[in-house]
Ligand binder design. Structure first.
Ligand SMILES: NC(=O)C1=CN([C@@H]2O[C@H](COP(=O)(O)OP(=O)(O)OC[C@H]3O[C@@H](n4cnc5c(N)ncnc54)[C@H](OP(=O)(O)O)[C@@H]3O)[C@@H](O)[C@H]2O)C=CC1
Ligand SMILES: Cc1cn([C@H]2C[C@H](O)[C@@H](COP(=O)(O)OP(=O)(O)O[C@H]3O[C@@H](C)C(=O)[C@@H](O)[C@H]3O)O2)c(=O)[nH]c1=O
Length: 357
């Protein structure tokens, strides 16, 4: 299978490409020590990427999802069977200030990609977000729950989902995830690591709850879903997992596009996540972290907003995602890192990051 990844400079794309490399090295027995550590944490890596899979990432300059010609050229060059769209406009606050740009990348770009996939009969895997929800639900959101975004970012992502589902139906797979972090690029965890090392005091929002999710775990889930879909389409329809055939009616996605929620288990606030980052940093590298004196202060979103001149985007107060559907469809063991609570995934990422340095 030939898999093309858009937005290849981004953190999720980097995680997808890195596990492809680990799978290849594992077969050749040439893994580095950090790659072996990753394999210990995520042994599914070797089984979800086949020996004859060819995976290539395209950065924005090589494939601009907002430009049909650029998409066609990349498709001509690589001739993919499956496209994973990791390209996005993710600056949630800035999206309020430049909605046209956010809509172009999160809605119109995915639509162009879907049209190009339709013309060539390709599958499209698209990544979406917990911010399609308004946070009114007190429990983790399932695929059946009604989306009702509060921000330009959330609305543009929901519109992108709908455009893809409309065009591709069952050839589209939409995976919503949340609070992503990795050791690739800038994200909340790497930002907090930097601030914890340099600040005396750090005020962090304690009234927004979500499910922090490690990109490497999501990357494995994405490849497992692609493999399962390809195998089920090669066999009789009766052998397909029931959940893969069922449309999520209440999700209001048109046609029969497959919709999944994937996040680490359990949830926390940004403040609780920061406390855990600080604790884990000490556990992993006590010598280096002993000099950190940063104190953490829990604050409300209202206080955070009052410190900023510009109007910030409204976030859901509670946007944990329920991964039961995808974990059961993929028969994920309860002991797997894929089904682990966020604290365990965070610890794994920090250990992996330390092994790389
Ligand atoms: N980050 C998070 O916490 C979460 C992310 N998601 C979703 O997961 C997916 C992956 O996110 P993540 O890896 O964190 O994102 P990143 O911001 O790390 O990566 C996105 C990439 O897309 C590129 N890009 C922007 N515009 C275009 C374009 N027109 N054509 C091609 N590439 C483009 C960006 O390039 P450049 O930087 O040069 O503009 C960047 O390299 C996205 O769909 C996102 O919405 C979902 C939940 C949480
Ligand atoms: C740097 C910093 C941030 N914060 C707050 C601001 C913000 O509400 C929250 C998280 O910061 P982030 O910049 O990671 O923001 P945010 O844009 O809210 O994160 C979201 O991104 C998009 C792309 C998604 O899809 C979501 O799942 C989610 O990950 O932490 C503090 O409270 N203190 C701080 O020192």
């Amino acid at each position: 299978m030939r898999v093309l990844i858009t937005g290849a400079a981004g953190q999720l794309a980097q995680a997808l490409l890195s596990i492809v490399e680990v799978a290849a090295n594992a077969r050749l027995n040439t893994c580095s020590s950090s790659q072996r550590l990753l394999l210990d944490m995520l042994p599914e890596i070797t089984e979800c990427i086949a020996v004859d899979d060819s995976v290539k990432g395209f950065v924005k300059e090589q494939l601009d999802i907002c430009c049909s010609e650029s998409i066609q050229n990349a498709f001509d060059e690589f001739a993919p069977d499956v496209v994973i769209n990791c390209a996005a406009y993710n600056a949630v606050d800035n999206a309020e200030l430049e909605p046209v740009k956010a809509i172009a990348i999160n809605e119109q770009g995915p639509k162009l990609l879907a049209l190009a996939c339709k013309a060539r009969n390709l599958k499209l895997v698209h990544i979406s977000t917990d911010f399609v929800f308004d946070g009114a639900l007190s429990t983790a959101y399932t695929e059946q729950d009604l989306a009702s975004p509060l921000s330009v970012y959330g609305q543009s992502k929901l519109n992108g989902e709908r455009a893809i589902a409309e065009i591709l139906g069952s050839d589209a797979m939409i995976i919503r995830t949340s609070w992503l972090y990795s050791c690739w690029g800038t994200n909340f965890v790497t930002t907090m690591q930097r601030l914890l090392a340099t600040k005396e005091r750090l005020a962090v929002i304690d009234d927004q709850t979500g499910s922090p999710t490690w990109c490497e775990a999501l990357a494995v889930v994405i490849f497992k879903l692609i493999k399962q879909k390809s195998e089920s389409e090669g066999s009789a329809a009766s052998k397909m997992p029931a959940t893969a055939r069922r449309n999520d009616v209440a999700s209001h996605l048109p046609n029969s596009a497959e919709l999944y929620h994937y996040a680490a288990a359990e949830s926390c606030t940004w403040f609780e996540l920061t406390k855990q980052i600080k604790r884990q940093m000490y556990v992993i590298d006590s010598d280096n972290c002993a000099s950190f004196t940063c104190e953490l202060e829990p604050i409300t979103s209202e206080t955070w907003q009052s410190w900023h001149q510009a109007r910030l985007a409204t976030r859901p107060v509670q946007s944990a995602l329920c991964a039961v559907k995808v974990n059961s469809q993929l028969m994920v063991s309860e002991h797997s890192m894929l089904a682990a609570p966020w604290q365990q995934q965070l610890q794994a990422m920090l250990q992996y990051q330390a092994s790389l340095s």
